[in-house]
Design a protein around this ligand. Structure first.
Ligand code: ADP
Ligand code: ZN
Ligand code: ZN
Length: 657
């Protein structure tokens, strides 16, 4: 007898589909994934219900191709969370489920992670600050806590002790960390502490391994789940605590639909389940910093002292305005001193590649990607000019394609060029580079281990070297170009620059008082740099909050970005303009008197073209967060779909590029 299944598929269509199946040949039950035909494709869908009766209506019902799972892998909890995602991020339920539940498409080709558990540090005595933080959190007077502690203040130890308590009460813990942190020390410390009660969800797991961990979590066998962003969806039946380490990290926000932020999802899950939310960072996001003005919403606890003995490092600025060399004489001298003492150096630059622009000095021609409106980056090892947006690559040029002049220059520099310079200047030192070009298909963990264990002397790289790492023998951190993030046309660029400097600096001198930091910059007086150097964290936050208030940007307003993109420039323009009219009319109707609720645009996105798609945007912002949400969801529903024009909705965007 034919039966019918309600299936949500990962496409931007709001309704569920009905498919038929023969229960004798094709066992289907709610909570499993199935392969189903959709148009002329085959996709993986999620079964939320089965029934004996055909639904009303005259439409064709197609047959399920095959079940993917034998046993359910999701239940009511996940379905409800998916429904919340649908409403909160305006995606479809299928897209939400597809984001939440492990799936093959997201698997990477990284080799599996293998490591020996780190021996546990026996009988560590908490510092007074750590102890009172722990007591305060365990008192649970508030629902959400934030450990705002200087780098090296021992936040991890407090997190782990809270986790122990929660697990002792028989409840489960989700511990979120940036992906890179997962590949090394912390995962080891956690694994040795909690033994086989741990589920580690990292990107190197295969689909089968991931599903296995997922099931261990669902049946309560795993008490502590540690993972990056998507681990926030771990199907814990009895969630007691969510920890978000390095809360300021941008990687907690998804770059694809639904563009969720793990913090928002965690917040929601904790409210639903009564679980405790515990976050921490030395540089909280401005959102959390402001939220903590009201301890009933977020209780912030400060840790002001480094636990392992080291003072906060001494930070010095080196002005490189008008200077040619990548490594200033001051930096080279400091590096030599440190290397002579058999200690280590980290160099940081947030730009990959060798050079990042190609310019003709005769006619002014600048080489951009043929598919995107961005400059191509020269990658020397790969001997290619590469687009960092769409991956386009082309052979190097020695003459101008426009006027054939040979007077062309490659300008700007990235980590690859810094590596070259370093090798030249320090021929005897062991040098390693850590950025996504290097780690493609390889293990960042090994590079980090080599450095921590002293097999390399100088580690240079991008953000990856800034993330929550501890290196006992590190004595000098050099920031090669601190102002490169500042010039981006983005309202968060100051916040990002500041937090990067503080985080990278924080790697230095964690275990003794010898830590030094040198910051090369052309803009030493820029507040984001000057305040970071002076260690004036709260002062920077006060200043930046005031900027945001005056310019009406988050956290003083809620911001939503709608990007219209498509290959046909005219169609994109028309669709964006029509939507703009609709939004503006509705905003007028929604707005209370005296309240800010406005629509900015339509305008070209700062990066107007990506992968042959033209991009235009509307920005909606307003003082009242829920009114902004209502406006966007009501109007988005009314937008007529235009073929070939896609709309990406980003609530609370981290960047407006
Ligand atoms: P944070 O996350 O605050 O930057 P970590 O948690 O990484 O700092 O701690 C820095 C170092 O201090 C780690 O090596 C950790 O093992 C050590 N540590 C933590 N708590 C203590 C303590 N109470 N006594 C001594 N060392 C500690
Ligand atoms: Zn030219
Ligand atoms: Zn491109």
């Amino acid at each position: 007898m034919t039966r019918f299944a309600t299936v949500f598929v990962p496409v931007p269509l709001k309704t569920a589909f009905t498919y038929s199946f023969d229960p004798d040949k094709c066992p289907v039950q709610p909570g499993i994934r199935v392969r189903v035909p959709l148009g002329n494709r085959s996709v993986t869908g999620f079964v939320t219900g089965v029934s004996d009766s055909r639904p009303q209506g005259e439409f064709e019902i197609r047959e399920i191709e095959k079940p993917v799972d034998k046993q359910p892998i999701f239940g009511e909890g996940e379905t409800e969370l998916a429904l919340w995602m649908e409403k909160f991020y305006l995606c479809s339920r299928g897209e939400a489920l597809d984001t939440m539940i492990p799936n093959a498409r997201r698997d990477s080709s990284l080799p599996p992670l293998g490591f020996d558990p780190e021996p546990m540090k026996e009988g560590m005595v908490l510092s007074d600050e750590q102890q009172s933080a722990l007591d305060a959190i365990l008192s649970r007077k508030h629902g959400a806590y934030y450990l705002y502690g200087v780098t090296g203040s021992g936040k991890t130890e407090v997190f782990l002790r809270v986790a122990e308590q929660v697990i002792a009460q028989g409840r489960q813990v989700i511990y979120l960390v940036p992906e890179i942190t997962l590949t090394h020390q912390l995962a080891r410390a956690v694994a040795s502490r909690f033994g086989d009660k741990v589920a580690i969800l990292h990107s190197a797991l295969t689909q089968a391994q991931r599903i296995k961990q997922w099931r261990r979590i669902r049946n309560g066998e795993a008490a502590l789940v540690i993972g990056a962003r998507s681990a926030v969806f771990a199907p814990c039946p009895d969630l007691g605590l969510v920890i978000i380490d390095e809360e300021h990290e941008n990687s907690y926000k998804s770059g694809n639909t639904p563009r969720y932020h793990a913090r928002q999802v965690a917040w929601h899950r904790c409210q639903e389940t009564g679980a405790l939310l515990l976050m921490g960072s030395a540089t909280p996001s401005l959102e959390c910093y402001k939220l903590a003005e009201d301890p009933d919403r977020l209780c912030m606890i400060r840790l002001t002292k480094r636990v392992a003995g080291g003072k906060l490092p001494e930070i010095k600025v080196v002005s490189i305005l008008g200077q040619k060399p990548i490594l200033s004489p001051v930096l080279v001298h400091a590096m030599n001193t440190v290397l002579d003492q058999k200690r280590q150096v980290i160099l940081f630059l947030n730009r990959r590649g060798y050079n990042h622009s190609f310019r003709c000095n005769s006619c002014g021609f600048e080489l951009t990607c043929p598919h995107c409106s961005v400059a191509l980056t020269w990658h020397r090892r790969e001997q290619a000019l590469i687009c960092h947006y769409c991956g386009y690559r082309t052979a190097p040029l020695s003459a101008c394609p426009n006027c054939n002049s040979l007077d062309v220059t490659y300008a700007g520099f990235g980590t690859e060029k810094v590596e070259d310079e370093v090798r030249r200047a320090f021929p005897k030192a062991a040098v390693a580079r850590l950025d996504t070009d290097v780690t493609k298909g390889r293990e960042a963990g090994k590079i980090i281990d080599d450095f921590r264990e002293g097999r390399t002397d100088i580690l240079l790289g991008t953000q990856m070297v800034a993330k929550g790492l501890n290196f006992p023998n590190l004595a000098l951190v050099g920031i090669v170009q601190a102002d490169s993030t500042l010039s981006l046309p983005d309202f968060r660029s100051a916040e990002r620059t500041f937090s990067l400097i503080v985080q990278v600096s924080g790697r230095s001198g964690r275990y003794d008082d010898q830590g030094r930091v040198l910051i090369q910059t052309t803009r030493p007086n820029e507040p984001a740099i000057a305040y970071a150097v002076a260690g004036k964290v709260d002062e920077f936050y006060a200043l930046e909050l005031e900027n945001r208030r005056q310019t009406a940007f988050p956290p003083y307003t809620r911001l939503v970005q709608l990007v219209f993109r498509g290959k046909n420039e005219q169609k994109v323009k028309a669709a964006c303009e029509e939507a703009g009219e609709l939004f503006k009319a509705s905003a007028r109707a929604y707005r209370r008197s005296g309240e800010l609720l406005e629509v900015l645009g339509p305008e070209e996105c700062p990066v107007y073209r990506i992968a042959q798609n033209y991009r235009r945007q509307l920005l909606i912002r307003g003082e009242n967060p829920s009114r902004v949400h209502n406006l966007v969801s009501k109007v988005a529903e009314k937008l007529k779909p235009v073929s070939g024009v896609y709309i990406e909705i980003d609530f609370d965007p981290l960047s407006l590029m």
